[in-house]
Design a binder for this molecule. Sequence first.
Ligand code: XMP
Length: 529
Amino acid sequence: TILVLDFGSQYTHLITRRLRELNVYSEMLPCTQKIADLTWKPKGVILSGGPYSVYWDGAPHVDPAVFELNVPILGICYGLQEIAWKLDNKGVVAGEKREYGHAYLKVDRHGDGEAGGHVDKLFQGLEDNMEVWMSHGDKLSSIPKGFITVATTSNAPFAGIAHTEKKMYGIQFHPEVTHTPKGKVILKNFAVDICEAKTNWTMSQFVDQEIARIRALVGETGQVIGAVSGGVDSTVAAKLMKEAIGDRFHAVLVDNGVLRLNEAKQVKETLTAGLGINLTVVDASELFLGRLKGITDDPEKKRKVIGNTFIEVFQAEAKKIADAAHGSANEGEVEWLLQGTLYPDVIESISFKGPSATIKTHHNVGGLPASMKLKLIEPLRELFKDEVRELGTNLGIPEDLVWRHPFPGPGIAIRILGEVTAEQVRIAREADNIFIQEIKDAGLYRKISQAFAALLPVKAVGVMGDKRVHDQVIALRAVETSDFMTADWFPFDGEFLKRVSRRIVNEVDGVCRVVYDITSKPPGTIEME
Ligand code: XMP
């Protein structure tokens, strides 16, 4: 394992990401981590970048014990300055200008002889000149004792330094971003060749490890409950639990009445018949629709009502399952709650937020109250979304589920602008179903990140047959995005839109017009409410 100590750079998680791509397991911890508290010994340590200056009062610093671990250390940007500062605090100065963007790095092979061979290892297999990405304000004005320069740029005479005896390195640029095209080779040189970290982190190894961990955690009789939605994260987490503890995992699908067309039925089929998961479907549609009645103009209220009702229904079901388990001969109490938390959520909570910031604990519990007194089990907390997909495929989850677009918790209630009624739900569902079907038939589903039909709360005039009609308007939305923070509308061709529009107007009762939303995010959001 490589330990990545985070000083708060926006790129830190990419370091762990690149190492995983190299099949090297790594763990990210805040820079203030006490080394004595670690229960494992890292094979190497990477100090990340960060937004501070090492010479500021209150700037974050590593536990000096890092330097006593006697394992290789690589400092990146702030990490480089931290090494220089810790070992010789005169060598860091504010740069005359912030350097941000591309730079050309010249690898200095001069130091080879003096360095006893290991210096070159950081840059082995690379050309002498390469493009790198810089993002820093400070730089070194001199290098600490015992180090030599191994790379330079026109603006940073000490863009790469290495200790002549100890395996300590510092680089001013960011090898973890794709703007440093050969950055991954540098990280491989460090982790694999210099630290000699094992390259055995694979998905099937992860599955075995995680199953063993879950079994040890839950014990011989412990029981786990978890909500599933039909989305990829909760399904993958549920399947992993099933593999680990069989029917002692209880999945619950709450049908809130605003799922997609036939969704509850399909999820039940896939999870029970297909994946063998012990699933209870609770049909609470009438309760949800009853509570949504009369909310015409307040999307946040819709969210709150759906969220609270969900908790209520899930808790009641959890109690039933727990009561049934209670006192049974070979089954223990329901003590655990399964959560599909992913690594990006974890990063959000463990990233170093500043010298005085306290570290948040993450509660992606969909608002489940602490009064449930369940311990959390989060088998996906080390994975990125694409790794969850890979894991899903590995566990035999059908392709179309693994690649499913995200779907919001409040469902199509936030895609029905205005009041949510059973009739409006029918219209929105049927239109959505046609749109998604056509997208799949056109082979565009994976290219698009998220797509849906929304129902506008207005009426427009049309002629259908010989009749004048006054019916509702469907708005189609489809976006491409990599992070869901910004998004572009998808440029369908005219023939495709024509086909979808014709089908919706002909097949969905109550709709006489179809429009396509051509707003990007920002200023729009992906959902319409
Ligand atoms: P927006 O509309 O904010 O959506 O651009 C970004 C992503 O978040 C999803 N989304 C939600 N997911 N509960 C959820 O579970 C919500 O209330 C919610 N609102 C938006 C949206 O579908 C998109 O993927």
